[in-house]
Design a protein around this ligand. Structure first.
Ligand code: ZN
Length: 291
């Protein structure tokens, strides 16, 4: 009886003592950069090589790993080799993003798979990893088409690169080029603010959705592009994520999480989509520096 009382007393005491909240593990993020060697318009005086050099320098300064995705059919003559050489010499891996960045839903499976193979033939000798990122994230609206392409990827021993974070960073590059051509510094400052606001809103919404669905932060995979405005903003963008507590990890590390199980093309698709369920602030369009 005494022992039972002691046990009850202990239980009552434990219930009364608030346990310290378990510290949440730091959220993790893997950076990916699509459209090597050439994404969107360049502002005057800018080059593809200068863009990649700035991105590489910022990644190194932040000790942030990154994975690139290349289109061998894009860019001016010589740009692919120049840009890829720099990326590879920095120790950064790259994968297949289709030879000409075609949309599966527009061209159909045979053309799309031929694009994968054509890109593979160009890039494998340059050290490509067997990872594939769908252009426009279009995996095939028709399930039969989607499954056929997944089978083709599995037969070729590809992993599929997922995307769980994206704030449509690509949409800033063309307006930036126009504003820079005009020398419109206040419009550029406005673009900078909007870019960071969108990145923050996306990350906050994705974290909230992940916690609601899974009770935790899944490791996030962020989609970015090799654009001049992305290069300009990267130091501030990486600071923003660090300030939110994110740790930078590799794509391979992120996709080991079971959330990404369907990035194995032998599994039934589709791959996991964006986590956020709320819309982002409007992205800049043709109205910016349209004069
Ligand atoms: Zn792309």
């Amino acid at each position: 009886m005494a022992r039972r009382s002691a046990r009850l007393l202990m239980a009552a005491l434990l219930a009364a003592i608030p346990l310290p909240a378990l510290a949440d593990a730091a959220p993790q993020i893997a950076l990916t950069f699509d459209d090597i060697p050439a994404h969107s318009l360049l502002p005057p005086g800018e080059t593809r090589v200068a863009v990649i050099d700035r991105i590489i320098a910022e990644l190194k300064a932040a000790r942030a790993p990154a994975f690139g995705f290349a289109n061998a059919g894009k860019g001016e003559p010589g740009e692919l080799d120049a840009v890829l050489a720099r990326w590879s010499e920095a120790g950064l891996p790259f994968g297949n993003h289709g030879y000409n960045h075609l949309n599966l839903d527009a061209v159909g499976e045979p053309t799309f798979v031929a694009e994968i193979d054509r890109n593979d033939a160009e890039l494998a000798p340059r050290g490509m990893k067997r990872w594939f990122r769908y252009p426009f994230l279009a995996e095939g609206k028709n399930p039969a088409v989607r499954d056929a392409v997944r089978k083709a990827l599995a037969d070729r021993h590809y992993h599929i690169a997922g995307v769980s974070l994206s704030f449509d960073d690509w949409a800033w590059n063309e307006p930036y080029s126009r504003c820079a051509t005009q020398g419109n510094q206040s419009a550029i400052a406005d673009l900078e603010t909007r870019y960071l606001d969108a990145a923050r809103a996306d990350a906050e919404a994705a974290r909230a959705a992940s916690k609601a669905r899974f009770g935790r932060d899944v490791p996030y995979v962020l989609l970015l592009h090799i654009g001049a405005f992305d290069a300009r903003m990267l130091p501030r963008l990486l600071d923003l994520y660090r300030g939110m507590g994110f740790q930078f990890i590799t794509l391979e590390q992120a996709q080991r999480d079971k959330f990404y199980a369907a990035t194995d093309p032998r599994e039934p698709g589709p791959t996991p989509a964006l986590l956020r369920t709320t819309p982002l602030p409007p992205k800049p369009g043709a109205e910016v520096c349209s004069r």
